[in-house]
Design a protein around this ligand. Structure first.
Ligand SMILES: CC(C)(COP(=O)(O)OP(=O)(O)OC[C@H]1O[C@@H](n2cnc3c(N)ncnc32)[C@H](O)[C@@H]1OP(=O)(O)O)[C@@H](O)C(=O)NCCC(=O)NCCS
Length: 201
């Protein structure tokens, strides 16, 4: 397989139709969980560079996009899809890594999240440092949750007042991955922090 993953741009708009079709077919097959997006919406994500696209030559192999919520405090990595003939060869892992890196670059302070019922996405996000959380830790932007309208479990979400559903929430909080400074500057002097093993008990 010789698949290259690109940060999308206007040249990729021509793939919007094929992406929507693949999403529709996969949602039918799974019977749950992939938010329906219009052709214009996907074309917009491609043109804005808020998506990554995997191509084998000129053939679509996979896709994922970024959405922002709560005034950019949250970023959702959504719409991960791999064309059937490229599945189970590690392509979703590569796409996830690329969309994660793009999210971190565009929105370094934002919390990144996904909601999913899929084991593959749970595994991939966990490997990138995401932690499982309750929905209370995710965006409360009603527009995000409206994206669940097309899911067959939407009634479960409403019945639970948006506090829980069949999806698992996965969150990457950049603050939790911030490395503490190795040096402390005190009154103009640099105090080096010693690793624990050199400290006296
Ligand atoms: C889910 C999907 C993106 C996985 O793509 P993929 O390229 O086959 O995934 P990868 O080969 O990169 O596999 C990544 C990991 O997920 C696992 N995995 C892949 N498909 C899986 C499946 N259907 N069920 C359980 N685990 C799966 C792999 O074994 C691998 O695990 P590992 O880390 O233990 O090796 C693809 O099947 C797809 O497009 N499905 C339809 C759309 C969809 O469900 N999207 C997710 C919406 S939340």
């Amino acid at each position: 397989m010789s698949v290259t993953i690109y940060v999308a741009d206007a040249r990729h708009i021509e793939y919007a139709g094929a992406i929507c079709k693949l999403m529709y077919i996969s949602a039918q097959e799974r019977g749950t969980g992939i938010a329906e997006r219009s052709l214009d919406y996907i074309a917009g994500k491609l043109a804005e560079g808020k998506a990554v696209i995997a191509l084998n030559g000129e053939r679509l192999a996979g896709f994922a996009y970024i959405e922002t919520w709560s005034h950019d405090r949250f970023v959702a990595n959504s719409g991960l899809i791999v064309a059937h003939e490229y599945r189970e060869q590690g392509l979703a892992r590569r796409i996830k890594k690329k969309i994660f890196e793009l999210s971190r670059r565009l929105y370094p302070r934002s919390k990144i999240f996904s909601i999913t019922t899929g084991l593959a996405v749970m595994k991939l996000n966990t490997q990138l440092g995401f932690k499982p959380v309750t929905f209370s830790e995710l965006t409360d932007d009603p527009e995000f949750w409206r994206g669940c309208l097309g899911c067959r479990n939407y009634d479960v979400l409403v019945r639970n007042e948006h506090r829980m559903c069949l999806c698992t929430g996965l969150l990457y909080d950049p603050a939790a991955h911030h490395r503490p400074q190795q040096k402390l500057l005190t009154a103009g002097r640099t105090i080096l922090r010693l690793p624990m093993k050199f400290k006296h008990k």
